[in-house]
Design a protein around this ligand. Structure first.
Ligand code: F6R
Length: 241
């Protein structure tokens, strides 16, 4: 696991965007794995700037998102479909037919999950996966538990995640209780992974992860210790607390 410590949020955003840019420039048909949440917003802003000012070309890029709430409309401002359009897709030249965000409204969700993993494989697999991390150590919505799912699955969000995500909703009661998420196995198949974290709130979990001593399903991010190409990009607050 490679560690990069930047001064602040702006620093990690630019660092991560630089790696994405390099990736796209080395392969125009790159397959990106994308995350939502607060952490990657600055990186997306920087990628938009690179597109507008430096001509970074997304026309052949394919993207797969990690997760989506179940039972939420695409047009709902808190859906991850909406988030991705608002924070990235609407501002770059990506072909919307090449963007995939799990469908939390699919009729047969179990079958849909299997198809999502198959589609990633069919397209050639994720070249570069962007991850945030939950305060409880979740990656995507793989929450700490006795077991973790290998493939894309339906999961129950934990109380702590519902509470953390309620900041985007009018009240905690409005936060969906279930989500569809890529599994740990789906994530581990990515050729290269960047995990980003910012702010004091993440310091405890980042410290645990970087200790790197043990793999446990109670810290889903610890599974990344088994991956050959992970770069952890944190700001000083997430590093030192
Ligand atoms: C989002 C996702 C989540 C977030 C995590 C951190 O697609 O998969 O695992 O990365 O909850 O969220 P923020 O960045 O809001 O702290």
């Amino acid at each position: 696991m490679k560690l990069i410590v930047e001064k602040d949020y702006d620093g990690i955003s630019k660092k991560a965007a630089g790696i994405v840019k390099q990736q796209i420039e080395s392969n125009k048909s790159t397959i990106l794995g994308l995350a939502t949440g607060s952490t990657p917003v600055g990186m997306y802003k920087e990628l938009i700037r690179m597109h507008k000012e430096e001509g970074l070309d997304f026309s052949n890029v394919i993207s797969f998102n990690l997760d989506e709430y179940i039972g939420i409309d695409y047009e709902h401002p808190n859906s991850y479909h909406y988030f991705m359009k608002d924070n990235l897709f609407n501002h770059i030249n990506i072909d919307m037919n090449n963007t995939f965000v799990p469908d939390g409204k699919a009729k047969d969700l179990d079958n849909y999950c299997k198809q999502y993993d198959k589609l990633i494989e069919k397209k050639g697999g994720i070249d570069l996966q962007i991850l945030g991390i939950g305060e409880n150590g979740h990656i995507a919505f793989n929450e700490p538990d006795e077991e973790l799912n290998t493939g894309t699955s339906i999961i129950n969000l934990t109380e702590s995640t519902i509470k953390a995500n309620s900041r985007f909703f009018d009240s905690p009661g409005e936060v969906p209780k279930k989500a569809i998420t890529m599994g740990i196995g789906s994530i581990m198949k990515a050729k290269k992974i960047i995990l980003m974290a910012s702010g004091k709130k993440k310091a405890k979990v980042i410290k645990k992860l970087l200790e790197g001593k043990k793999i446990t399903t109670q810290l889903p991010a610890s599974m990344l210790l088994l991956h050959p190409d992970v770069t952890v990009i944190v700001d000083e607050e997430a590093y030192k607390g």
